[in-house]
Design a protein around this ligand. Sequence first.
Ligand code: DHB
Length: 396
Amino acid sequence: MTHTSVAIIGAGPAGLTLAHLLHRQGVESVVFESRSRREVEETVRAGVLEQGTMRLMRETGIGERMDREADIDDAIDISINGRRTRIDLLGLTGHHMAVYPQHEYLRDFIAQRIEDGGELLFDTTVDEVTGYDGDEVTITYTAENGMQETITADYIVAGDGSSSPHRAPILELEGSERTKFEYPYAWFGILVNAPQTQKELIYATHPEGFALISTRSRSVQRYYLQCNPNDQVEDWSDERIWGQLHARVDGEGLTVSEGEIFDRSVLRFRSAVTDPMQRGRLFLAGDAAHTVPPTGAKGLNLAVADVSVLAPGLVRAIKTGNDDLLRNYSALAVPRVWRAQHFSYWMSAMLHSVPEQGHFQHRRRLAELEAMLATEAGRRYQAQQYVGFDLPTFDL
Ligand code: DHB
């Protein structure tokens, strides 16, 4: 193949969702992924789907396994020193949430891509992208067999994650900016062979720090503990992990279920927003453009929201030559990115303990959390942000 409509770099949530949406509108693409299929399908990431993401999966014929296997919940719990308050997501918003790990989402989209006969090139590295300011983009890449090849495309989309090299040309534009923020904490994440602690997720705050009880299946659980950003995996013995999980979460008859820990990692807390997310025929989507901290698990959902604008923009431009939606991609996508930044920051700040901030901030933070939980209006605000807003739709 020597030409495609849309070249997509990265087989993550942004790239694979985009390829699927384009295919459904009859627009073909090639997806380049430097990692192997196995690595993409096995890398552990977060796992909450917003209602809009669940709906997109169902409406585009890819939601069957999610509906069968995801842990679909109608509530989450927020716990302060072991006292839990239920946020009735379904009652407050009319929507559920799903715990469906990102790699399962990717597995479904990869299988669909292959079934649809789409071009999905694993173990393939993009070496150079040129021509995005002109009439056609040229992509030079090293294929799985080590041969260097080129392909041309009408448009190029970089969905290759937070260290994407394709942000650089956009940041050369006058008036462009990348805004960053670093948080004074991180998460220590584990996967455990254990029964569910309880069906719904628990976001817990405690003077010792935050903890999150999530799940992967009936027999595999995902737990997180607030830790120091400089902590190494070796700093956390099993004894320390279980001691801290029980201290931070147990209460009112609930005890965190224990088991063999088979995966451990430290997750950084960072925010970044790139604006604009486009230059000529080059577009950024997902983490290539923006990073959110893990609390609330907005990352995948934000990538899906990006491509819900980008896909119709590309389809309209390719099919009708009208590129007004495409030119407005950034203007339409960036406000949602900032709202997700706000929510992820707000939830993080309310739930994490930062002793260096002093006693006043500690008590004020708990008062903020309690004020939110004490009123239906507060719980509804939390619930609406958590299940997420409808994805944008456009007539084609
Ligand atoms: C998970 C991760 C999150 O950041 C979150 O808010 C909820 C769940 C998870 O990995 O299961």
